[in-house]
Design a protein around this ligand. Structure first.
Ligand code: ZN
Length: 471
């Protein structure tokens, strides 16, 4: 297959990292220098050199990329007390208790996954272990999409957010049932399963972890209730001043075998959306209305993007190279990536197994295995510039979650959540669920993950074999 040209609408900045940093924030750059020297440097008294206090760790010679600050260059990065303490062209090794040479590797803000399913046990076979999706896969922040609801958010906090090493957030489910067994039982997800007051109340009490509201605009639901549920979700969203995240792509069967054009879903959906709301799965191979059966982008999608609606790839069992090509060729570039990893698409539940599926085939089964890193490699193979791919999982993802002040950037004084990443060079084949393959010469792979400055093991069984680093 041919690779589309990257979108003309995509804005890439020229990389003049050092200049840009200085030009933008002279005061901060200066205080950064003194900060780095004072606590960690040497003081002379009576002719003796003392080491006052040293950095806990210095990552040396890595290619530090911090899209939020326009930095892309070889730097040393120092960590102390779980925070980023200095970023400089050279930090002497004797100022650190420990150094790691990361020459030839990318040093990135800890990667942010905008779309995971990590409400383990409570959401049945669907929920994965947060740290297997997160830190053990080289991803330091994971946002669960629609697992917890007004009824279960306290359990999400107690059993998932608090014990996980990963920084865990969520988009609360618009439905009282939440994402049980991957929204398997359609009767739970109509308007009668939504309680606006209860969900607003639960989100208000959990503002620190709730970053938005999750809801679905798909054909099967549309044949039952049109978009009544989206209207209720929008009411929750407006009252909380948080975005809604909309799943596109068939999940439920049509009622009474009604035949409906999925484009009707988009017709009614787009007028309901506000700036900052998110449409997911633009690259889905399932009927979604985003792309018509004849390969045309729904015209209202362009209107939505003009209005500031964002797109999240939401890889999951949706991702299709062919669908992605059509969308990218039209000049539409998703803002964020989002793995959409869940129990059904990583082979945790084999096709046809699991209590929710009886003898039926899970519509979410996916093969081969994938990760957020696989998605990044696929975006690169599709022709998106590397700078944009890195933004999708750092600064853009942080912005989408309303967390730009906390994660997705490498500023001095910030929490030291860091992903060290290798771009492997060679000849690789990437294959999607429809068995369409693309050749590529670059593959992203996690090498090291630091969460609050602490080194995490990268042994997640969810990582595809070729993305694992030999122990
Ligand atoms: Zn999902």
């Amino acid at each position: 297959m041919t690779v589309p040209k990257p979108s003309g609408k995509l804005k890439t900045r020229p990389s003049k990292p050092a200049l840009r940093l200085r030009a933008r924030a002279p005061a901060r750059a200066a205080s950064r220098k003194t900060k780095a020297r004072k606590p960690a440097g040497r003081a002379r008294s009576a002719g003796t050199v003392h080491v006052l206090s040293r950095f806990d760790l210095v990552l040396k010679n890595g290619r530090v990329v911090d899209p939020a600050n326009g930095l892309d260059g070889v730097r040393d990065l120092a960590i102390k007390d779980g925070k980023i303490a200095a970023i400089a062209t050279k930090i002497p090794a004797d100022r650190a208790k420990k150094t790691r040479d990361v020459s030839g590797l990318l040093v990135l803000p800890g990667l942010v996954d905008t779309h995971g399913h990590i409400f383990e046990y409570i959401s049945g076979d669907f929920g994965l272990n947060a740290d297997e999706v997160g830190v053990h896969s080289g991803v330091t922040t994971v946002c669960d999409q629609g697992g917890p609801s007004a009824l279960t958010i306290n359990g999400f906090r107690k059993f998932i957010v608090e014990p996980s090493a990963t920084n865990v957030k969520c988009f609360i489910s618009a439905y009282l049932a939440g994402g049980l067994h991957g929204h398997r039982y359609v009767q739970l997800y109509g308007p009668s399963g939504v309680n606006v007051d209860a969900t607003v109340n639960a989100a208000q009490k959990n503002r620190d972890i709730v970053r938005g509201i999750k809801v679905h605009a798909e054909v099967g639901g549309y044949t039952r209730w049109r978009l009544e549920v989206i209207k209720l979700a929008k009411e929750i969203s407006r009252r909380l001043d948080l975005p809604i995240y909309i799943h596109l792509g068939r999940m439920w069967p049509n009622v009474d075998e009604k035949d409906v054009d999925p484009g009707l879903v988009i017709d009614e959906l787009v007028p309901l959306l506000d700036k900052g709301d998110i449409i997911a799965h633009p690259f889905t191979h399932r009927p979604a209305g985003f792309v018509s059966a004849s390969g045309e982008i729904h015209p209202l999608i362009f209107k939505a993007l003009e209005r500031g609606v964002r797109l999240d790839v939401g890889h999951g069992s949706h991702f299709s190279f062919q669908a992605a090509q059509i969308v990218l060729k039209a000049g539409i570039v998703p803002f964020t990536l989002g793995s959409d990893l869940h129990g059904n698409n990583v082979g945790k539940v084999r096709v046809g197994e699991g209590p929710a599926y009886g003898g039926e085939t899970s519509p979410f089964a996916y093969s081969p295995t994938f990760s957020l890193y696989t998605g990044m490699s696929e975006m690169l193979a599709l022709g998106l510039p590397e700078a944009h791919v890195l933004k999708m999982v750092t600064s853009n993802a942080a912005e989408l979650l309303g967390m730009a002040g906390e994660v997705g950037s490498l500023g001095v004084g910030r929490t030291a959540d860091i992903s060290v990443v290798e771009i492997r060079k060679g000849k690789f084949t990437l294959t999607d669920r429809s068995n369409v393959s693309v050749k590529t010469d670059k593959l992203f792979r996690p090498v090291l993950a630091l969460r609050r400055g602490v080194e995490m093991t990268l042994g997640s069984p969810l990582l595809p074999e070729r993305e694992r680093v030999a122990a």
